[in-house]
Design a protein around this ligand. Structure first.
Ligand SMILES: Nc1ncnc2c1ncn2[C@@H]1O[C@H](COP(=O)(O)OP(=O)(O)OP(=O)(O)O)[C@@H](O)[C@H]1O
Ligand SMILES: [Mg+2]
Length: 353
């Protein structure tokens, strides 16, 4: 029974009981002194219950009003609850509910603050990475231009060479900015896919053609694992998949050994999927890097000294594009043996082909 009495009544109950007892004692004392002890029964039967009842009511109503006012103040100050929940239920004077609500509020706020903190760190890191990436080519360009202005301009041979190098630096800047632009669009979920049915084998051939020069400079051959005589029709955004293949093949060239091979294969995976694999026999990637490889700006070799400089955006762009297609990308790699990047694509239905 006791546990069933609401906590908010218990306070009033106890206080009125205390008042009644005290008044009962005072009355008893007064009647004793006055020698009117026989009236005490009357006092016991009428006066004390009345005192109890009245004080219970007054205390309960006053306490409730008091707490209500205070709590309303808190609600107003902290905007603790949605205004709707305030309107629908009278503000509780039940401390348990209030405590629960405050705890929930605190928990929600903590989650909110944590999310903001993570986002803030992400933003800081992003800005740091961007300025770091832009600095190197910018200083290169600045260096060549200053040297030219300082007199190198007069020397015909040097002039051309330096201008070409400055132009290369500018090219690199544009390349990074383009990638940044793309990745920002991808990360805010602004990717518009234009899916169509197309022949993936033909697309791979195109990519090979475009990158042939780059590959041949390192003596790397770009090949298929077998001869594909029939087209393999997939349903995806052709241009974006071309970007994926380009990034993967460029990586295989950049991180491939001289005179190596990059091999591409297209295989049936399940009924409606194919898997495209890009395999090289290059420098490979140590296992501890594999989980972070697709993060933006992540590079295995962070020293700016290596000659194959990249900004580390290529694979994160690849991952975004594949995920926007609701497909999967995988990587397997062994140091000094080579790497294999593979991704799935949806086959085109015959009517779409
Ligand atoms: N085929 C590969 N073989 C060995 N290492 C690779 C291969 N592909 C990628 N990597 C490693 O993964 C890192 C990230 O690749 P990613 O393509 O994202 O960036 P990047 O090539 O450095 O720069 P970007 O592509 O933006 O010009 C590379 O720096 C490289 O260390
Ligand atoms: Mg790359």
């Amino acid at each position: 029974m006791a546990t069933q009495i609401r906590k908010s009544y218990r306070f009033a109950l106890r206080s009125s009981l205390l008042i009644t007892l005290l008044l009962g004692a005072v009355a008893l004392l007064a009647l004793l002194i006055a020698g009117q002890f026989q009236s005490y029964l009357l006092v016991l039967a009428i006066f004390l219950p009345a005192v109890f009842g009245v004080s219970f009511l007054v205390i309960q109503i006053r306490a409730e009003k008091f707490i209500y006012r205070r709590i309303k103040q808190i609600y107003d100050d902290v905007a603790l609850l949605e205004s709707s929940s305030l309107a629908s239920a009278p503000i509780t004077t039940d401390m348990k509910t209030l405590t629960e609500e405050i705890e929930k509020f605190a928990k929600d706020k903590k989650v909110e603050i944590d999310t903001l903190r993570i986002r803030e760190e992400y933003r800081k890191e992003f800005l740091g990475n961007v300025s770091h990436e832009l600095k190197t080519p910018l200083f290169t360009v600045q260096g060549y231009i200053e040297t030219l202005l300082d007199g190198a301009m007069e020397d015909n041979k040097v002039r051309k060479k330096y201008l070409q190098r400055a132009a290369k630096g500018v090219e690199r800047l544009i390349y990074i900015i383009k990638d940044l632009d793309l990745i920002t669009k991808l990360e805010i979920g602004d990717m518009h896919l234009e899916r169509e049915a197309f022949d993936i084998v033909e697309l791979i051939r195109n990519v090979f053609e475009l990158l042939e020069m780059k590959a041949s400079k390192k003596g790397i051959s770009l090949v298929f694992d077998q001869e594909y005589t029939a087209p393999i029709s997939v349903y995806a955004d052709r241009e974006k998949i071309q970007q994926v293949l380009t990034n993967l093949v460029v990586n295989s060239i950049k991180y491939g050994h001289r005179d190596g091979t990059t091999e591409v294969s297209v295989e049936n995976l399940i009924k409606n999927k194919v898997i495209v694999r890009v395999t090289d026999n290059g420098e490979g990637i140590a296992e501890q890097h594999l989980t972070r490889l697709f993060e933006r700006f992540y590079r295995v070799d962070k020293s700016g000294s290596r000659k194959e400089g990249g900004s580390g955006l290529g694979l994160s762009i690849v991952k975004h594009i594949i995920e926007a297609h609701n497909e999967k990308i995988y990587v397997e790699s062994v140091v000094d043996v080579g790497s294999e990047f593979s991704f799935t694509l949806e086959k085109a239905h015959p009517q779409k082909a």
